[in-house]
Design a protein around this ligand. Structure first.
Ligand SMILES: [Fe+2]
Length: 331
């Protein structure tokens, strides 16, 4: 079995007009737009679906705030879909649509689904960097774009009270790999059919909540073009442009009227099963600022990252400072 990432991200929204204006401005291409539904399709065939909060087609709410109501994960074959459905039905209710899509809930009560996904390959676009002693472009400026064009979804993020229960379900029942742990903050996991650093991140919070989705764009220039355009359209960002040390990706998060945030992401790490998960001090691992350094980061955080000796070690134990890890010289 391979899970090929998020095949469809389904929102229930308070204001369909505002939510669709946001994703139009963000750079997604609408492939359906009517009074009840707006749907966007990405280059790899994955979709973002906006429905009104009271649409009976949506599953039951798992949180009171507006946001994502269901995550449909893509499965590579129908045999794998059937096997997964049979295995999940052992201890939870699994329902099936006429088109074969399976629906159930994860360990946190979040609505999830599965359907066969013929994920389209992404076209390679070369962007070359110059550096002292390493000139890759002579007599040629960078390739500029007018708008960000998100190409695929890299990951989704939910807040959950029990990070270990959430992560264990995805690891043991859905075949996800733990890729990194942020001490006290949460666990990053990658599904087996994708190489981006994480497909889902569980953030430790008091209640189950929707947090954000990350869309991959080509490079840092496109993150900046997207950030410029979203600001000109009046959309707000609390964090600005920066880079995560965990995953290496450049980010720009925008507050989304559909709920939570939507992130432009560029230059993420791609991993194989040879990757060894790291344990990160959260301030050091999560943020490296490109623009103005926030007041809380004016004291440089400790360079604190180590290799986790066993990816099944509980988040709670790792967060308590157990000697679970081998220090890395990363400075
Ligand atoms: Fe993210």
């Amino acid at each position: 079995m391979a899970l090929l990432g998020v095949q469809s991200l389904i929102y229930g929204v308070d204001d369909l007009e505002a939510a669709s204006r946001f994703y139009d401005d963000f750079g997604l291409a609408a492939t359906r737009r009517d009074a009840a539904v707006v749907e966007y399709t990405l280059e790899d065939g994955a979709s973002v679906v906006l429905r009104r909060n009271d649409d009976p087609a949506l599953p039951a709410r798992f949180t009171s705030a507006p946001g994502v109501r269901e995550v449909i994960w893509g499965v590579d074959t129908s045999a794998a879909l059937e096997a997964l459905g049979a295995s999940l039905a052992a201890d939870r209710k699994v329902t099936r649509d006429a088109d074969g899509t399976l629906h159930t809930t994860d360990a946190s009560g979040i609505a999830i689904g599965f359907r066969v996904f013929a994920r389209k390959p992404l076209e390679a676009v070369t962007s070359t960097e110059n550096a002292p002693g390493q000139v890759r472009r002579w007599n040629e400026h960078r390739r500029w774009v007018r708008r960000a064009q998100p190409r695929c979804m890299n990951h989704v993020v939910f807040g959950v009270p029990d990070v270990d229960a959430a992560a264990t379900f995805y690891r043991e029942r859905l075949g996800f790999r733990v890729t990194d742990v942020s001490r006290g903050l949460g666990v990053f996991l990658r599904c087996d059919g994708r190489a981006e650093h994480h497909s889902i991140f569980f953030l430790k919070t008091g209640i189950v909540s929707w947090h954000h989705v990350a869309f991959a764009v080509q490079n840092i220039d496109e993150v900046m073009v997207g950030a410029d355009h979203m600001q000109r359209c009046g959309w707000k960002s609390d964090l600005g442009v920066g880079r995560h040390r965990i995953s290496s990706s450049v980010f720009y998060y925008v507050n989304n009227p559909a709920g939570g945030m939507s992130e432009y992401s560029a230059d993420t790490d791609y991993l194989t099963d040879a990757w060894q998960p790291r344990l990160w001090e959260p301030k050091f691992g999560n943020w490296h600022w490109v623009g103005k350094v926030p007041d809380a980061f004016m004291n440089e955080p400790d360079w604190d990252v180590s290799i986790i000796d066993d990816p099944t070690r509980p988040f709670a134990e790792l967060s308590a400072g157990a000697p679970a890890a081998k220090p890395m010289n990363n400075g």
